[in-house]
Design a protein. Structure first.
Length: 217
């Protein structure tokens, strides 16, 4: 299936660009043929070794693997919960990208210092902490995305989660969150963190086209 090749490619891109390190992070897509299932990257297999054979198909309701011989990613509950809650979501990306995770460790939202953050929403919420891989973390992540009406969130003391209507939008959003986190960190060091208002972000959003299209909710 073409989409599975794209999933593997995206996982490798995350690794190549440094958004994930080691075997941290994970990526999934909603199964294009069965919306009640997803395909997710495996647990503990190095990114440069992953092939489509290593992907695991998981039932969204039960969270159990249906196809594939590998162990699915430890964050399977979080990916499943997001697909169950948001029917518009077709792809989910999870990273521990450094600058964004620094804000997550501080328990602070990324200041809206750059217009690109409009792609995520009016703000990037911080989901409450829960141990990785848990149902509680899944609930907290879903709640954060929902409460902010956002396409991405920070996971307190952990990392980043982004969603998209396809793999490239979820990927680009993970990249944007890291980029804006770097810019905000720098602006804070310089000593002035000028943020954009929700109105200015909405103005930006109206200009976004193609894969930058934000789903209107
Ligand atoms: Zn993680």
């Amino acid at each position: 299936m073409e989409q599975l090749k794209e999933l593997v490619h995206t996982a490798k891109e995350l690794y190549r660009t440094g958004l994930v390190r080691g075997t941290s992070g994970n990526v999934s897509i909603r199964d294009p043929e069965n919306p009640d299932r997803m395909w997710i990257t495996p647990s503990a297999i190095p990114y440069d070794e992953i092939t489509t054979e290593d992907l695991v198909q998981v039932d969204l309701e039960s969270g159990t693997p249906v196809r594939g011989s590998r162990k699915p990613s430890s964050e399977t509950p979080m990916h499943s919960a997001i697909y169950r809650l948001r029917s518009d979501v077709r792809a989910v990306v999870h990273t521990h990208s450094t600058y964004a995770t620094m804000f997550a460790c501080a328990g602070e939202e990324i200041p809206t210092v750059h217009y690109l953050i409009a792609e995520i929403g009016d703000r990037v919420p911080v989901a409450d902490y829960a141990v990785y891989g848990s149902e509680e973390l899944a609930r907290n992540a879903v709640e954060a995305l929902k409460s902010a009406g956002a396409n991405g969130a920070l996971l307190k003391n952990h990392g980043v989660i982004t969603v998209g209507e396809n793999l490239s939008s979820a990927y680009v959003r993970a990249e944007i969150i890291e980029t804006v986190a770097q810019l905000a960190f720098g602006a804070k060091l310089i000593g002035r963190c000028e943020t954009l208002s929700p109105e200015q972000l909405e103005e930006t959003r109206k200009k976004f086209v193609s894969y930058f299209a934000v789903s209107k909710r």
